[in-house]
Design a protein around this ligand. Sequence first.
Ligand code: SAM
Ligand code: SF4
Length: 479
Amino acid sequence: MISMTKTVYIKTVGCQMNVLDSEMVIADLKRHGYTVVDTPGEADLLLYNTCSIREQAEEKTYSALGKLKETKARHPEKTIGVMGCMAQKDQETIFRRAPFVDMVVGPGQLHAIPDMLTKVTSGEGRQIAVSLGRKDGKQTVVARSHETFDPLRDPTMRPTPFQAYLRIQIGCDKFCTYCVVPNTRGPEQGRSPEEIVSEARVLAEQGALEITLLGQTVNSYRHRGPDGETDMAGLLERLHDIDGLKRIKFVTNYPKDMTARLLETIRDLPKVSPYLHVPAQSGSDAVLKRMKRGYTIADYMEMFERIETILPEASVSSDFIVGFCGETDEDFQKSVKLIERCRFKNSFIFQYSVREGTKAAANLIDDVPREVKAARNNELLAVQDRISKEDNQKLIGDTVEVLVEGPSKKADKSDLDAPIVQMTGRTICDRIVVFDGNRRQAGQLMDIQIDDVSSHTLIGRVKTVEVVSLGMPGLAPSS
Ligand code: SAM
Ligand code: SF4
């Protein structure tokens, strides 16, 4: 058993899956006597939860680790751990590049951390726990080695106390040629609906008003159990019944699995957010084929039109990769056209980065120059920003319901005792709203009237209810 006085610092980068993994690891470490501190200097244990989706993310982590060399030389008693996708992808390489690291833990092995710590601190040397590679055994055995780690959660590690992530699916089997996720997170596995519903109930009892269901292709969710198969629509129906939950969101969607049944279910369940993040990745069929995305632009548009017909109030967002192998100017212009046609709420734009172990790294040439990637990135962002702003402008004068998350970044720096601060929250369609309010409003659903907009934010004020006097002027009607 680990001593009761240890402290842990955790740095998390990357996607929501990593945020959730950090929450779970911290919950586990707290049960083993650790307390969380805000700076590496105060910590006995330093954990880096890493991302390997692009080279830049990895290089940043290696550079952050490099800075710990001296810390470790001065304080050899401190333990340094690397977890997350980079741990699974680079494994022993991390020890070679940063020899002062004590533990490397893949995302499918997080439950092993307390035992590994005991071994490190009792002088057994460096520890590594990673899952099997995709070809290292039978599919079921590989899948088991990537299984998720679901101990009791830690509400204090959440983005806000009333918002929580809930993993419904592990891994990915789509094998897009550019992507490391199927290797780092393993085979696609839907968690059982019973497990998901009971976790959601606990989250609601702890005060979560909004849950975001996580999966790499969340709408492809499937689980076969003794009572038959549950799909995403069936799961949403079961989660919708949970008392206390007000909003259910889910990311990320795969275009080919956005079925009419799922869209009709979203339409018919008022707690389910009609916000659909459905990455297109490119507007060119030739590029999509090289990416092995499994659909054409005609398929994507068919799906998009299905959304427009069944869920006209939905907000749709996308991811794009620019400068993928062989992308010509003409291909790129097709991505511009797709954004113009679909008018996404927002798009995340990434410059293609070669990832070791992927099909694209093995078979395709990264032939788009860095400057061209950067220029296409800027051009696509500018088009998306213009469209986001134009569409946001249509909301000026409207009243939107906002789940208030807390003071905005701007307000955080201001006087903590100030009665009025800038507060921020989101609409059910995931639009960010800021307004002047007070800190006590965090966690409330409030009506905000929109006065102004930018491409990323709606700016409003709390809608005040007009009191209509029916009797003598200045008096409210008697009841
Ligand atoms: N599973 C989700 C999907 O398929 O849309 C998202 C996976 S990934 C965590 C998020 C985004 O990173 C992808 O949608 C893609 O745009 C981008 N991405 C993945 N691999 C990349 C690479 N090698 N280079 C640049 N961007 C990449
Ligand atoms: Fe990566 Fe494609 Fe799977 Fe998304 S669907 S995680 S981009 S392989």
